[in-house]
Ligand binder design. Structure first.
Ligand code: PLP
Ligand code: MN
Length: 380
């Protein structure tokens, strides 16, 4: 059975959302598309390119929808993710994490030959030289951007001087072409209060501007300034320093982002398109029922999922081990019976998606497609 036949077989078996075997990763197609168009419109209105981050969805199908809506390509976190996207014909991939393992650098060299408009990030002169060597062995050219540390000390050059030094090294590398810089403020994305988030980003943008000025003065004016996330997209667009955005989570919206006032309006500009649908498997207590979703079907780094459809608003979720969770609430054991479905809003979308092989795609309550999580597990 090929993928298509498998999907038709599965869809044939399971026509409605409520009938799906659980736990299952459910994606609402109309909400997804509205999110894709909403972010694209915000960027386009400001004359800024959108290169959404595919680390969030790891899906060729979603990447294609983003590009059809106007995105210039997608970002990937790792070389393995990028290979999946490029093998599927996705152009304009930017790899946003430094590549350092010799095997990964070798693969990057090979990708440079067959990918259309591939870019990589670098933050180290020695690694830049190694990548140059790998690209040379493929007789190719590779575009790169300098990653600038926004102050979290995760990746990126640590000063304007280091950015200029690295730019000089890249200029010496015959097979690399410097296109600009990346500046991703990961720590600021989830500051819940809009004014506090804006103040933090304004301060960070002033620093970015000093690095950009130093690069211009040294003769390396950045053509591309890429960064931003769902949490800061509105602020970054208003400040006008980025030439492209690499927002990711907006396609799904998780509870971490639902708690943030994303654009200062108090209303969420994006919809929650993603859910883990679960099912009651045991209901022998009045104030607690057990469902079939635990650590193996929900990422645990962002707290507990929010209980949506199928339970009353005062119901809370508690992890109960690898395979199970509890829904706790007054009289819940008499309201819900084994077999009843419940829907959960995930705390953190990216690591939850990476637990599933497929998205079950719905419109309303009807299953309309099954898409692979194409780059699932491609962490290297
Ligand atoms: N860019 C980089 C480098 C990231 O690590 C991430 C997410 O972690 C994003 C963009 C997307 O950010 P968000 O999911 O907040 O939209
Ligand atoms: Mn994330």
């Amino acid at each position: 059975m090929d993928d298509r036949e498998l999907h038709e077989h599965l869809i044939g078996q399971q026509g409605s959302r409520a009938a799906l075997n659980t736990p299952v990763l459910v994606l609402d197609l109309d909400q997804l598309d509205r999110n894709i168009f909403a972010m694209q419109a915000k960027a386009t209105d400001r004359g800024v390119a959108l290169r959404p981050h595919a680390k969030t969805h790891k899906s060729v199908d979603i990447a294609r929808r983003q590009i059809a809506a106007g995105a210039v390509g997608v970002c990937c976190a790792k070389i393995g993710e990028a290979e999946v996207m490029i093998d599927a014909g996705v152009a304009g991939v930017l790899i946003t994490s430094p590549v350092a393992a010799p095997a990964a650098i070798g693969r990057l060299g090979k990708l440079a030959r067959r990918a259309e408009a591939l870019m990589a990030t670098v933050d180290d002169p020695q690694i830049a030289r190694s990548i140059d060597g790998a690209v040379a062995r493929s007789d190719a050219l590779l575009d790169v951007v300098i990653d600038i540390d926004p102050g979290i000390r995760r990746t990126g050059v640590a000063s304007a001087d280091a950015a200029v030094d690295l730019a000089r090294t890249i200029a010496d590398c015959e097979h690399l072409r410097l296109r600009g810089v990346q500046f991703y403020c990961g720590m600021q994305q989830h500051i819940e209060d809009f004014a506090a988030r804006r103040a933090a980003i304004e301060e960070r943008t002033q620093y970015l501007q000093t690095v950009l000025d130093a690069l211009c003065e040294a003769g390396f004016p950045p053509e591309i300034v890429t960064g931003s996330g769902t949490g800061t997209h509105a602020i970054d667009l208003a400040l006008g320093v980025f030439t492209e955005l690499q927002t990711g989570s907006y396609v799904f919206m998780d509870t971490q982002y639902l708690d943030c006032d994303l654009d200062g309006s108090g209303a969420a500009p994006f919809e929650t398109s993603l859910a883990v649908d679960a099912r009651v498997v045991s209901a022998n207590h009045s104030a607690l029922v057990t469902i079939d979703s635990g650590f193996k079907s929900l990422s645990t780094d962002g707290g507990s999922p929010r209980v949506g459809k199928g339970a009353s608003p005062d119901t809370v979720f508690a992890f109960m081990g690898d395979e199970h969770g509890a829904l706790v609430g007054p009289e819940i054991g008499t309201r819900l019976r084994p077999g009843d479905p419940v829907s959960l809003v995930v705390p953190h979308c990216d690591p939850t998606v990476n637990l599933y092989d497929h998205y079950h795609v719905v419109q309303g309550d009807t299953l309309v497609d099954i898409w692979p999580v194409s780059a699932r597990g491609r962490a290297r």
